[in-house]
Design a binder for this molecule. Structure first.
Ligand code: NAG
Ligand code: NAG
Ligand code: NAG
Ligand code: NAG
Ligand code: NAG
Ligand code: NAG
Length: 552
């Protein structure tokens, strides 16, 4: 989130000077002509023949020496598709009967690490392997995966291949912390942020972009409050002009067990700056992840800037993932996302006119204008659509397992484009809609935020330790249901399900509890309440109400 902050105390000419006259590649000044922005993600061509988009990835990134004796697995995906996505190849399927299986071999340097039969059209099929025999090193191991398919006894066998990277790093220097990614779910795994030992646990990052100058830097008690409110992560907003104050903030966060999302928005295109900052911060035990471009697509930063900083950060650290936020609906997604492990979206649709720009006095169209929410309709579905589009593009690019999507709820308003602040319940609708559509982190712009939003966000944060056991479980099966603008995510683990449901209507709604596949018991226990309840076999929602329930 950048434009809002600037628009608040910056005249039109100042913005235009700072960023040229485009946002998401679109002209937005009244005097500028309409010029198509370009940069749209190419819709994959439709194939007349079925295609196999064969993919393989190790379950964990990175592995460490301590993992060598623990059995692990490669995740194999064998979707049959008719879209010409990256790496998909034609397959001849039997005309009748079952699709059968492919024989998969996973190798490093020609040495087989794993092999087995994998059903066709399967998701997240795991083939066990062991790291024994591989030496820890900084460079990744290049993995080759081969699949062979014979639809019938007499048919010619068909061959498919895919590649992956296996990272088995040496023990981190100086006792540096490590954040791993579970590629089965996209979840982050880390030891407690206090740095006092403990084991790797899934982390559900929930917190705020938090003002530093004039806020965090002058009141460390704020951090005690954030920890007590259940937040897991703090994302201080640079600049960090006083490094002594920054150290005090980061020390206090560590004492309190709060993870750090470290923001380099102003320096990520400056190699000297990145080098200084990464070296200053990388040994902090509570460092969870790095953050580079803040809406680089909005400002049309050079297309190679994010991947360049990604490579530099990895060469200086390599033990923590990298994140960034994209603001545009569809502007050079692949280029900017190539330089990140986590891509966030910040679709701010509350309180702004998304078709006519209050700031620039122009219409907003797919080719023109800036209304503070790119190509939006001004409804909550803007968020779920954006999440779904990002997930689909990651799949198309072959990155579905190696990159995760997080959501940035709007927790501000009353300035520039956004004429009012969201309510606490609207903050929850935005957050839960993000989670139900695959979001694995919720980091809102920005703290300070209204007390109502903070209280609602805290209630969600305090419920997440229970809910993450479902959302971040590698064995969860997920179903998504949308009915009458009630958006429902169902994660089923071991015969019990988390039902997370949010009512997008500004009116009450009810939804009957239908039988959930794989769920045995019928008991319903509410674990999160933002204006929803369960009674008489039905979920009842207030206007923009949301609830979390464990069924079974
Ligand atoms: C593959 O699975 C998808 C999703 O379950 C299903 O819709 C599709 O029909 C399957 N394709 C084939 C060829 O069986
Ligand atoms: C510091 O933050 C705490 C917790 O939010 C608050 O109670 C207190 O009033 C703040 N102090 C100042 C001086 O702003
Ligand atoms: C920097 O922060 C420290 C710790 O809060 C404070 O003591 C010092 O006065 C600050 N320095 C400046 C120049 O503001
Ligand atoms: C890049 O960062 C270095 C180190 O912080 C700083 O001295 C220099 O002025 C920065 N360069 C630019 C162009 O901002
Ligand atoms: C990025 O690409 C531009 C050309 O578009 C090139 O001049 C520049 O050197 C590249 N930067 C990096 C860091 O690779
Ligand atoms: C947006 O602004 C235009 C022009 O003032 C107005 O006609 C339209 O009704 C507004 N839309 C919303 C949803 O407020």
């Amino acid at each position: 989130m950048l434009l809002a902050a600037f628009a608040a105390f910056c005249a039109a000419s100042c913005l235009a000077q700072a960023y040229g006259q485009t946002w998401c590649g679109k002209n937005y000044m009244k005097t500028s002509p309409v010029v198509p922005p370009g940069g749209q993600f190419p819709v994959p061509a439709a194939s007349s023949q079925p295609l196999l988009a064969f993919r393989c990835e190790p379950a964990i990134k990175p592995y460490l020496p301590e993992d060598i004796l623990t059995p692990s697995s490669f995740i194999i995906d064998t979707p049959i598709t008719s879209s010409e996505v990256v790496g998909a190849a034609p397959i001849s399927l039997p005309e009748h009967g079952s699709l059968g299986s492919v024989a998969v071999t996973v190798s490093v340097n020609g040495r087989p690490l794993a092999a087995g039969l994998v059903p066709l059209n399967a998701t997240k099929f795991e083939l066990p392997f062991t790291l024994v025999g591989l030496s820890p090193r900084t460079e990744v191991y290049d993995v080759t995966c081969a699949a062979e398919y014979s639809p019938g006894l007499l048919s010619k066998s068909q061959k498919f291949s895919s590649t992956a990277a296996l990272s088995l790093l040496p023990d981190p220097p100086d006792g540096r912390s490590v954040t791993k990614m579970d590629l089965r779910t996209g979840a982050l795994l880390a030891k407690p942020a206090t740095g006092k030992g403990g084991s790797y646990e899934t982390v559900f990052p929930i917190g705020f972009y938090t003002n530093f100058g004039g806020y965090l830097d002058s009141n460390l008690t704020l951090l005690n409050e954030l920890a007590a409110q259940g937040f897991t992560v703090v994302h201080p907003v640079p600049t960090f002009d006083n490094l002594t104050a920054l150290d005090l903030v980061l020390d206090r966060m560590q004492e309190l067990g709060l993870y750090l999302m470290y923001d380099m928005r102003w320096t990520y295109m400056n190699d000297t700056g990145v080098t200084e900052e990464v070296n200053r911060i990388k040994n902090r035990p509570n460092l969870l992840l790095w953050y580079t471009g803040d809406e680089p697509d909005g400002t049309s930063d050079p297309l190679n800037a994010t991947s360049h900083s990604y490579d530099l950060i990895n060469s200086l650290d390599g033990y923590h993932p990298v994140s960034l936020v994209l603001n545009c609906e569809n502007y050079f997604f692949t280029e900017y996302t190539s330089g990140t492990d986590i891509v966030m979206q910040d679709t701010y649709m509350i309180g702004n006119n998304v078709t006519f720009s209050s700031q620039w006095d122009t219409v907003c169209t797919p080719d023109y204008g800036d209304c503070g929410c790119d190509n939006c309709k001004g409804e909550f579905e803007d968020i779920s659509t954006r999440m779904d589009d990002f997930a689909e593009r990651l799949r198309d690019d072959g990155w579905a397992r190696t990159k995760a999507v997080w959501t940035v709820p709007q927790a501000f308003g009353g300035d520039s484009y956004w004429k009012r602040e969201p309510t606490g319940k609207e903050y929850i609708v935005q957050s839960v809609l993000g989670i139900n559509h695959g979001g694995l982190g919720v980091v809102a712009w920005n703290d300070p935020t209204p007390a109502d939003i903070k209280a609602s966000a805290s209630a969600l944060a305090l419920a997440l330790p229970t809910m993450k056991e479902f959302i971040l479980s590698p064995s969860a099966s997920f179903a998504h249901i949308a009915t009458g603008r009630v958006d429902i995510g169902v994660w089923t683990v071991d015969g019990r399900a988390l039902v997370l449901a949010t009512n997008l209507n500004y009116a009450a709604a009810t939804v009957p509890l239908a039988g959930l596949p794989g769920v045995k018991g019928k008991s319903v226990k509410q674990v999160f309440d933002s204006g929803a309840s369960f009674a008489g076999g039905k979920f009842t929602f207030e206007a923009t109400g949301t609830g979390g329930f464990i069924v079974g």
